[in-house]
Unconditional design. Structure first.
Length: 139
């Protein structure tokens, strides 16, 4: 099925169902297959694998996500969406990954700034750290 989706719209297939997590208006994707992934897998799945009980999957997710950096700016739209996820762990991890991407994640600053208002202290701290890293060490 071909349909237009906003560029900041991240669709994640969970249990065969399509879940739209966020909608923006900066361009569009032609198909769900074009949505941001990291090394061939939805970004949220990498993050959720960190929480998994399978040691191998957890190690692989950690190794791959730890390697994320400035060259991975194409996953910023997916991470922007995940900054407002229901799961605190997902929000914190998305913010940390945006920080690792650094200045190439400047599009994420509005979402990072919103995260500084989060009621969870861990999320707030991750947002402040990500903001500093995105600005290259400046607050």
């Amino acid at each position: 099925m071909m349909r237009r989706l906003p560029i900041l719209c991240v669709a994640i297939l969970l249990g065969g169902g399509l879940v739209i997590l966020f909608s923006g208006c900066e361009g569009s994707y032609e198909d769900e297959d074009d949505l941001p992934t990291y090394r061939g897998k939805p970004v949220k799945q990498w993050i959720l694998d960190l929480k998994g009980d399978k040691d191998y999957r957890k190690r692989m997710a950690k190794r791959n996500l730890d390697a994320m950096g400035p060259d991975d700016k194409d996953v910023v739209p997916a991470l922007i969406v995940l900054v407002s996820d229901d799961d605190k762990f997902v929000r914190v991890t998305a913010l940390k990954l945006l920080g690792q991407i650094g200045p190439n994640a400047k599009k994420a600053l509005p979402a990072v700034d919103n995260a500084t208002l989060d009621k969870e202290r861990d999320v707030l701290q991750a947002a402040v750290q990500a903001r500093m890293q995105i600005y290259g060490g400046r607050p």
